[in-house]
Write a protein that binds this ligand. Structure first.
Ligand SMILES: Cc1ncc(COP(=O)(O)O)c(C=O)c1O
Length: 456
């Protein structure tokens, strides 16, 4: 007798309703992940088996699995069962507070700068100054787009450092790129956009909120030149989310001919410029926005340069969407916190952020060098990518079983991510190693331990 997956107990499909079977299946599986009924890491039945159990066409299950993988609820890898992922796409998937999580012994988790480098004294001084000097009238609702001091300082900073052409009047201060993307997604949906192309691989944390808004996610492959713009053209999307200066997670830079092709493409471009300030041994690459102000929505934040915990970022809209985005920010939260905005404006105006970046760049470069050397020594068959910039490496591990290695790494106290978390179409076995948080002396022993687990 064929073993039953038990999912048919959870899924109740109704025929003859207005909601298509695929949408019903997606919704119920998504709810299952959110509620914990489908446990993280557990294997789902094959699309053929589930289709058989539910008495529906296999294509319906394949499509539902693909959409949920795009949203991060499921993880698909070649030759292995589809598994329940972290469900890391919506606020409702975030676990309840359970005290401060302990960092892993070897902390290669990507995505964060070193909190020990945060310029506390400069920040404290800037916040004290804001409290002392801001008149009472400033403590009411201000502009939803942000205080003029910060928008002016950002326009100057972004022009100087990133080649962004920004009118301070239209800049919107956000709670990070994540909020910026949600605002942009809402504004685009209101303009009739339905299909959003994303880089594959690309950050699941960034496409997740957009998928959750109901946008259909269209994966577009990434190669050594960055996003494949020809494939984008063929995909029929009206907007695309890209990381041109330092593709996440591969680290490639969008090639000049691809930039030109993207301009010619004509859809809306969401430019996630998340870590451009960290560049070690390659020439600076300006933001796309500087070349195309009409179609690019530029997004960035201080999550890599200062700290993600401050939840601060900004968005530079194209003129045609400025009013729409202002409306969305007003609807979302009526504006960002006053004192932090004034504090950041002071840091920018006084050159404190530049000073902080100069110091931290030196430190991260040292860690990067140590990591690259440790990989060459202990994992000589590994293929590291993206070492020239940013705070992480993508490391291909030919022949490795990525899921198995991640499990073993977790047990051994090594924090890292697998590439499969961020892919839609299955990719090669690979891990993403961040060097923002790990202290330099821990890098070599951490990689030695990882190599033992990988059987190298
Ligand atoms: C690709 C990418 N974009 C943006 C961000 C920053 O997001 P936020 O500004 O919301 O913290 C990150 C953080 O890790 C990232 O990996």
């Amino acid at each position: 007798m064929k073993a039953s997956s038990g999912i048919e107990m959870m899924v109740r499909l109704e025929r003859g309703t207005r909601e298509p079977l695929r949408v019903q299946l997606e919704r119920q599986l998504r709810d299952g992940v959110r509620s914990g009924t489908l446990r993280r890491g557990s294997a789902l039945p094959s699309s053929r088996a589930l289709a058989g159990e539910l008495g529906i066409a296999r294509g319906v299950v394949t499509e539902a699995y693909a959409q949920l993988a795009a949203e991060g609820y499921l993880v698909a890898s070649q030759g292995a069962p589809t598994r329940v992922g972290g469900g890391s796409t919506g606020a409702d998937a975030v676990p309840l507070p359970a005290g401060e999580p302990r960092p892993p012994r070897f902390d290669f988790r990507p995505g964060e700068p070193d909190p020990a480098l945060f310029p506390r004294a400069a920040w404290a001084g800037a916040i004290r100054q804001a409290l002392r000097e801001a008149p009472d009238a400033r403590f009411g609702y201000g502009s939803p787009c942000g205080v003029p001091e910060l928008r002016n300082a950002l326009a100057t900073y972004l022009g100087r450092v990133r080649g962004v052409v920004a009118d301070p009047e239209t800049i919107i201060v956000t709670a990070g790129v994540t909020q910026g993307l949600t605002l942009a997604g809402r504004a685009l949906i209101a303009r009739g956009v339905r299909r959003l192309a994303v880089e594959d691989p690309g950050s699941v944390f960034m496409r997740g909120p957009l998928a959750a808004l109901g946008l259909e996610i269209v994966p577009v492959p990434v190669d050594d030149g960055g996003l494949d713009v020809e494939a984008l053209d063929a995909g029929g999307a009206e907007a695309v989310l890209v990381t041109p200066a330092h593709q996440y997670p591969t680290g490639v830079v969008l090639a000049p001919e691809r930039r030109a092709a993207l301009r010619a493409w004509g859809g809306w471009v969401l430019e996630d410029d998340y870590d451009a300030e960290f560049r070690y041994d390659r020439a600076p690459v300006g933001a796309l926005q500087g070349l195309d102000r009409e179609r690019v929505i530029y997004l960035s934040s201080i999550s890599k340069t200062l700290a993600p915990a401050l939840r601060m970022g900004w968005l530079v809209p194209p003129p045609a969407l400025a009013a729409d985005l202002r409306r969305e920010k007003h609807r979302a939260d009526r504006g960002s916190a006053l004192l932090e905005q004034l504090g950041l404006a002071t840091l920018l105006e006084h050159g404190e952020l530049d000073r902080h970046l100069r110091r931290s760049r030196l430190e991260y470069r040292r860690r990067r060098d140590t990591l690259v050397a440790a990989l060459a020594r202990h994992l000589p068959h590994a293929r590291p990518h993206g070492a020239a910039a940013g705070l992480h490496l993508l490391v291909e591990l030919p022949g490795a079983d990525e899921a198995e290695l991640l499990r073993a790494a977790q047990d051994a106290g090594i924090g890292l991510e697998g590439l499969s978390q961020h892919t839609i179409a299955p990719g090669p076995p690979a891990v993403i190693l961040g060097y923002g948080c790990i202290a330099e002396p821990a890098i070599e022993p951490g990689i030695r331990r990882l190599a033992e687990l990988a059987g190298a």
